[in-house]
Design a binder for this molecule. Structure first.
Ligand code: NAD
Length: 336
């Protein structure tokens, strides 16, 4: 399977490494508006380089394109890739608006290409174990959940590129960082029905929010607290998800939501519980999430099935972020 990348900045390297680690995949072309951003890929992978994506997309040997441009450019580029009949691995957030999102999903359907959104945290070992526990209904009726991202992104992070921290091309902590955790919350808890939130730009000189807090009610009646910030002094402090059910409580925590900080489940034998905690400790990241996303795309192509994280999944996470923004701006409860 031949891959190309559009946008050769920070996250593109993870895509390239993922492709390198998959025996049936090969990176054959890259595209960036800034020529020197492509030097690494030409030297390391012998990839062809293009300043213009439409020229690159004429190459009939390219099967799948990873889109790693700033978020505000995802929609027009994804439409262009779909129209060239290439399958799409699209970085999160799927897009900045629901209108753009629908254009992407419709283009993929119309041109009969597959679309996956990069929410790699789903493949962390503790997250996979949690999903298994929830799917077996071992926590029983869920009462509520906490979802926390208290991280540090200094001003220098936002000053790296003009698109960072803007409302149209990046968004703030919810759209950029916490969307991964909101995706997990939706995966674990089901569909949200009501959202109320407040946000602020407290410590960073950016247009979008650097701190946000809110509450969600889910279709099943359970509630969740969400708190997200990039203002934490001086480093990442906590990324966690805690779920409280009638038959169990679990918390995935630490600065990067990698380990079980708490696992108390009625239906789990002590030995089983220890084995789960050990599995997570031994290999907290599992196979890198970007690699798993791309592997799942290849499996989907080979078997004519949907990839693990679909465009609709990306849309759900975006819809939740946008509901948070709408609530904060209007000072009203939002019903989905
Ligand atoms: N899934 C994750 O864990 C994760 C992590 C970081 C970033 N991201 C996402 O990846 C995307 C890129 O983020 P980044 O940190 O790599 O940004 P970046 O600024 O480091 O890289 C973006 C690159 O895109 C290039 N570019 C801009 N417009 C282009 C165009 N029209 N055609 C070709 N190239 C173009 C830029 O020159 C730059 O090299 C964003 O959507 C971001 O939200 C995802």
């Amino acid at each position: 399977m031949n891959f190309a990348i559009i946008g050769c900045g920070f996250i593109a390297k993870k895509h390239a490494l993922a492709i390198e680690n998959i025996p049936t995949a090969k990176l054959i072309a890259v595209c960036d508006r800034v020529p020197e951003m492509m030097d690494f890929y030409a030297e390391t992978y012998d990839a062809k380089t293009y300043i213009d994506s439409s020229a690159m997309l004429k190459d009939p040997n390219i099967d799948v394109v990873c889109i790693c441009t700033p978020s505000g450019l995802h929609a027009p580029i994804a439409e262009q890739v779909a129209a060239a009949n290439k399958h799409i691995v699209l970085e999160k957030p799927i897009a900045m608006t629901l209108e753009e999102t629908d254009r992407i999903i419709d283009a993929a359907k119309y041109h009969n290409v597959k679309l996956t959104i990069v929410h790699p945290n789903r493949f962390r070992t503790a997250v996979q174990e949690t999903k298994k526990i929830l799917d077996q209904n071992l926590l029983g009726k869920i009462s509520h959940a906490n979802c926390i991202v208290n991280w540090n992104r200094g001003q220098e992070y936002y000053d790296q590129a003009p698109w960072r921290g803007t409302k149209t091309h990046d968004g703030g902590v919810l759209m950029n960082q916490a969307i991964h955790n909101l995706d997990l919350l939706l995966w674990f808890m089901g569909n949200p029905t009501e959202i109320f939130s407040m946000d602020a730009t407290r410590l960073r000189d950016i247009e979008a929010e650097d701190v946000s807090t809110g509450v969600i009610r889910f279709e099943n009646g359970a509630l969740a607290n969400v708190q997200a910030a990039t203002t934490v002094y001086t480093k990442n402090y906590e990324e966690s998800i805690t779920i409280f059910g009638e038959k169990g409580t679990l918390k995935i925590g630490g600065p990067n939501a990698l380990y079980f900080e708490h696992l108390e489940v009625q239906g789990l034998e002590e030995q089983e519980k220890k084995a789960i905690i050990e599995r997570v400790k031994e290999d907290p990241w599992g196979t890198p999430g970007h690699q798993r996303i791309i592997e799942e795309m290849i499996i989907a192509l080979e078997n004519g099935i949907e990839p693990a994280v679909t465009g609709e999944d990306g849309k759900k996470a975006l819809k939740l972020v946008l509901a948070f923004y709408e609530s904060a701006e209007s000072e009203k409860l939002i019903r989905i």
